[in-house]
Design a protein. Structure first.
Length: 66
């Protein structure tokens, strides 16, 4: 549970950093994001999920990262 809370905290830091450092740029990017078709966003989300699962698997089950 401690690891989960730490990971959620790290995720929030990484997600919030661009909004804190470059708020005007993030607003521009978010406006552009609304123009991207939903199907493309869904594929991008699926890719992110698969990449995240692969990284979790590699870090936990193999000696690749340590």
């Amino acid at each position: 549970m401690k690891l989960l809370i730490t990971l959620v905290g790290l995720m929030l830091i990484l997600e919030g950093l661009p909004y804190f450092v470059l708020p005007e740029t993030m607003q521009k990017w978010l406006r552009q994001l609304t123009e991207i078709p939903s199907a493309s966003l869904r594929v991008l989300g699926l890719f992110a999920i698969v990449a995240g699962l692969a990284l979790c698997f590699l870090s936990r089950r193999t000696g690749l990262f340590g």
